[in-house]
Design a binder for this molecule. Structure first.
Ligand code: ADP
Ligand code: MG
Length: 479
């Protein structure tokens, strides 16, 4: 029996593995223990309630695919959530939960969709026949609300404009409302929140969220199927049109032309249009001027990188939503280490929660550090704080503790100042955060270090050479 269930689960794992990243696989699937298989139901033991919820929210379709292929369409899944692992005397305590989506509709095999938080593009909006009689799908994700969108200097204008638009869609001068900003700074969250808020307040309005990619694909299909009119007519009935990532329209002339017509029509009829883009309209190349000028009709607001306090608030909110508390020093460590991208910050928090529930350990600095390393390494290995400190300690042969400590000996002060200088030049860390990595020194100490090294580099060729060499480890020059 046990052999059977293990074999079954191993087959599932092979299928699952193909569709998700190794990191996610190791975090979420390796810890699962297959318990039994009977009555077509596979029971899996998961380490905690949080784990269960996360799997349910993010990996339902991938489970479904594996189960369909390995067990068949009638296959079901059940989780056994461990509350207490027990010991030799006491048996473990667990409770069973069925999956919410046991035998739901089939899924599309967009492999990248499985683990993604992004809106899923599954249904075809052309299914509509009669607008009045049909529940139209808005493609809004309920968890993206204003309530969960932490306000900070970085997003105040966009958030406020979004609120205004939500209260009076189509009636403010913010039409279109264009939100732009870098990756992972909350564009999708904010424009979805606007959609959700409008749906809440004006249930009769037809709100539609669509990614530019999906819009383009639908358009291309419509051309292929000779159904451009259906396509356009569909969009003309929308009351609030939310289009995400319009930078992907660039270079697509025909799609732009159709979008231009839809835009004009909706705008003239007082319908609200909300757009997002990863760059400011003036930087959108490959976009027709007449379309660009439309984008500028309303309000353009950017989302910037969140400052320290906002990052702290974001982390706190995420943890609080899951009923988890962590020490202020771990909070500060996280907020000081991930600066540029809320999505990355969130990824680390989620991984941390998983690790903590898995090992039943407290979330402490050590755990935070290891988790951070395993995630951030993938992308910006060279520029992580730890790597910069590594290079400096190795070069000057000081240990990390001394480098970060208070010892005033010249042979320690110099490497410390070089490290501060490098952090200042190579990362976007504010001075305060740099000081944090050196035993909580204040920003004036960091300024002093940066000035000393800059001056030394100007007056002393050997210092300049040393610093340049260190910079070269990161494949960069010092300015
Ligand atoms: P973008 O579309 O700009 O790439 P997203 O909207 O997908 O970014 O945001 C990435 C993640 O960060 C999302 O999970 C989102 O909920 C979260 N996030 C971004 N900004 C905030 C914020 N101000 N408050 C709370 N969560 C945020
Ligand atoms: Mg987005």
């Amino acid at each position: 029996m046990q052999k059977g269930v293990n074999e079954l689960w191993n087959k599932c794992l092979m299928i699952i593995r193909e569709d998700i990243s190794e990191h996610n696989f190791n975090t979420w699937f390796t810890p699962i223990v297959p318990l039994k298989f009977s009555n077509n139901t596979l029971t899996l033991e998961v380490p905690s309630q949080f784990f269960y919820e996360w799997l349910e929210e993010n990996y339902v379709s991938i489970f479904r695919k594996a189960i369909d292929l390995v067990i068949g369409k009638n296959g079901m899944l059940e989780y056994s959530v461990v509350i207490d692992k027990g010991d030799r005397k006491n048996p473990p305590i667990a409770f069973n939960l069925p999956t919410n989506h046991s035998n739901q509709n089939s899924y599309n095999s967009h492999s990248d969709k499985y683990s993604s938080n992004q809106p899923q593009a599954a249904k075809n909006p052309f299914q509509f026949k009669d607008l009045d009689s049909l529940e139209l799908d808005s493609y809004l994700i309920p968890k993206y609300t204003f309530d969960k969108f932490i306000e900070g200097d970085c997003n105040r204008l966009g958030r406020a404009a979004g609120m205004a638009v939500s209260n009076k869609p189509g009636l403010t001068s913010f039409n279109p409302l264009m939100i732009y900003g870098g990756v992972g700074l909350g564009k999708t969250h904010l424009i979805q929140a606007i959609g959700n808020q409008i749906k809440d307040q004006f249930p009769e309005k037809f709100v539609l969220y669509v990614s530019t990619e999906k819009f383009t694909n639908q358009f291309v299909n419509a051309i292929r199927n000779n159904s451009i009119e259906t396509f356009t007519n569909f969009y003309l009935q929308v009351d609030v049109l939310i289009i995400d990532d319009v930078q992907f329209l660039s270079g697509k002339e025909k799609t732009q032309e159709t979008f231009f017509n839809i835009f004009n029509h909706l705008h003239q009829s007082g319908k609200q249009i909300i757009l997002s883009s990863d760059r400011a309209p003036r930087d959108l190349a490959g976009m027709e001027d007449r379309l660009l000028s439309r984008f500028k009709w309303g309000l353009t607001a950017d989302l910037q990188q969140p400052d320290f306090e906002t990052r702290i608030a974001i982390i706190q909110k995420k943890l609080q939503d899951d009923g988890i508390q962590i020490n202020i020093d771990v909070l500060e460590y996280l907020a000081n280490s991930i600066q540029t991208n809320v999505r990355e910050l969130e990824g680390v928090i989620i991984s941390l929660m998983a690790q903590a529930s898995l090992t039943r350990k407290e979330i402490d600095i050590e755990l935070a550090k290891t988790t951070l390393k395993s995630i951030v390494n993938d992308q910006e290995k060279e520029l992580s704080v730890d790597n910069i400190l590594d290079v400096v300690t190795l070069h000057f042969d000081v240990d990390l503790q001394t480098l970060q400590g208070k010892c005033r000996k010249k042979e320690n002060v110099f490497p410390r100042q070089v490290a501060m200088y490098m952090l200042k030049e190579l990362t976007n860390l504010p001075l305060k955060s740099i000081g944090y990595h050196f035993g909580g020194r204040d920003h004036s100490t960091v300024i002093h270090a940066v000035q000393s090294i800059s001056e030394a580099m100007e007056t002393d060729k050997s210092v300049e050479k040393t610093v340049r060499n260190l910079f070269n480890r990161f494949n960069l020059s010092s300015n």
